[in-house]
Design a protein around this ligand. Structure first.
Ligand code: SF4
Length: 151
């Protein structure tokens, strides 16, 4: 018999962060419904949220580092990918200075707090002043004064 449980969580496909119920069988999500008690979506889901399992389990989803070699992508290890990226970033920093890098973290809603924080820390450790996010058009001085929760 399969072990089944239900997890109450949020859809993270956009900044609305609608509440969802996810049925999990043997460690795999098998069904998703809107969470009736959630104040934003009240049990409803948009078509993107309804098809979230297709996104999670799509056969072409990229799950590991890929490198283009002679026009074709091939799988490489995380260690190799991180080594190559850090070497290239170091070379670029040496040649052009740390400001050559700009970090973009997408939207900074509740669905993206952790990534925004990590992005900001990575940018600072690298020494670049350049940080961008989707809301910056609404916040003209966002580069110099990002919201407190992502400093
Ligand atoms: S269900 Fe739709 S509107 Fe709600 S968070 Fe997911 S993608 Fe956004």
């Amino acid at each position: 018999m399969k072990a089944r449980k239900e997890i109450l969580t949020d859809c993270t496909l956009c900044y609305h962060s609608c509440g969802i119920r996810v049925a999990v069988e043997d460690g795999k999500a098998v069904a998703v419904k809107g969470l009736e008690s959630h104040p934003i979506n009240k049990g409803e889901l948009c078509p993107k949220g309804e098809s979230i399992l297709d996104t999670i389990y799509h056969p072409q989803r990229i799950k590991y580092p890929m490198k283009k070699v002679n026009g074709k992508f091939e799988r490489i290890s995380w260690e190799t990918a991180l080594d190559e990226i850090s070497r290239k970033l170091s070379d670029l920093k040496e040649e052009f200075g740390p400001q050559m890098m700009g970090m973009f973290s997408g939207s900074i809603g509740v669905e993206n707090m952790e990534i925004a924080g990590l992005t900001q820390r990575f940018k600072t450790a690298f020494g670049s002043p350049n940080f961008f996010f989707r809301g910056e058009r609404m916040l003209p001085d966002a580069h110099q004064n990002p919201p407190d929760h992502i400093r």
